[in-house]
Design a protein. Structure first.
Length: 127
C-alpha cells in the first residue's frame, strides 16, 4: 500500500519513519521524500497487513496520512508515445502495447515521479 505523508517540520521533530517502523513492526520503503523548512512530504510503501497500524502511529505524531490509490496519469492528448518514460521507469511499469502506444501498468507503479520529470510533452502527472 502506498501512503503520502505530509507534516510541518517545525512541529514534527521526531524520526517518524523509524518510530513507525519500530512501533508497528513494519518495514517502510521510502519512494519519494521532500523536506523543507515549511513542509515535509514523503511517499512510502507499506505492506498491506501493517498499513493500518503504521497510519495510526504516524497520526499520533502529527503526520497527515493519505492513501494513494492511483498510479501516474497520462494525458492522452499531450502524449506523443515517444517512449522517453519507458527507459527511466525503475520498475518497468511503463511500456508499449501492440500498437506501439505508451501504457502504464498501474499495479507496478511506485509513484517515484521519474517518468513525470523526463516527459518532454509534460503528459504525465502524479495524482
Amino acid at each position: 500500500m502506498m501512503l503520502q505523508l505530509k507534516f510541518d517540520p517545525k512541529t514534527v521533530k521526531k524520526p517518524i519513519i523509524s518510530l513507525a517502523t519500530l512501533e508497528a513492526s513494519a518495514l517502510l520503503n521510502i519512494i519519494r521524500a521532500s523536506v523543507g523548512p515549511r513542509e515535509g512530504e514523503l511517499v512510502v510503501e507499506v505492506e498491506e497487513g501493517k498499513a493500518e497500524k503504521v497510519v495510526e502511529v504516524l497520526k499520533s505524531y502529527g503526520v497527515e496520512v493519505h492513501s494513494i490509490k492511483k498510479a501516474v496519469e497520462r494525458d492522452e492528448e499531450k502524449c506523443v508515445h515517444c517512449g522517453a518514460c519507458i527507459s527511466i521507469c525503475p520498475v518497468e511499469a511503463i511500456g508499449f502495447d501492440d500498437e506501439k502506444r505508451v501504457v502504464v501498468n498501474t499495479t507496478k507503479c511506485i509513484h517515484c515521479g521519474s517518468c513525470v520529470n523526463v516527459c518532454p510533452m509534460k503528459a504525465l502527472a502524479l495524482p
